[in-house]
Write a protein that binds this ligand. Sequence first.
Ligand code: SAH
Length: 252
Amino acid sequence: MNSGKLYLVGLGPGDAGHLTPAAAAAIADSDELVGYHYYIEQVAEPAAGKTLHSMELGQELERAALAVDIAYSGKTVAVVSSGDAGIYGMAGPVYRVLTDRDWDGAEPEVESVPGVSALQSAAALLGSPLMQDFCAISLSNLLTPWEQIRRRLEAAAAGDFVAALYNPRSRRRTSQLDEAREIFLGHRAPGTPVGIVRHAYRPEQAVALADLGGLDGAALGVDMFTTVVIGNSNTYVHNGRMVTPRGYEVKQ
Ligand code: SAH
């Protein structure tokens, strides 16, 4: 049997400068590309001349199955995600399909190419918010029950973790960010800095700061292109930068 290859490629936040050379090489090496149409458009140039399978949101398992079929047929296929494919990306559905098909771990070859995830892009634009222990929490309850997400928010808040919130607010899911704020306010001061980064490293980029007590998702335009970073109890704002101290002052 012809042995194909499947790449799981993280494209980074959006601009060509943050697409890694390894990601560009994986795309160049591929015969076909599979991914959400918005991300396929993002790599139009390196993808020129390849067979493109653009998908709508919600078709993740179907597209993962298509990509696995292509790889089993002996071709090389790249499945692309924004940021890192292994963080709320296409790696999940692809490994799900491979597991269901009893993949032998070798053929087709599967290789992940890491990308710059949204929390890293957001942190870079905000200052240095992730300088102490942090966590990522997706507020989307499409695949995870809200009760479970609530428990994780509660634990992150109680544990004084800096929290990067992915999928914070959509047209239909408008209450989750407000609930997250209330949970954090149970453990953190209303003045705790919050960074709001929309469309990091894309032409529409917008960066804003708020405080936890005044975190109003609707007024701030928080949507599905936004990552929200909630500081810990030591985070402060200096000249428009969100700073979480590393702790050197304690060491001295
Ligand atoms: N695999 C991606 C995350 C996909 S989940 C990654 O590693 O970054 C989709 C969520 O990621 C969005 O709702 C948003 O919260 C965040 N996100 C992705 N790209 C972003 C960008 N350029 N700017 C801000 N947030 C982004």
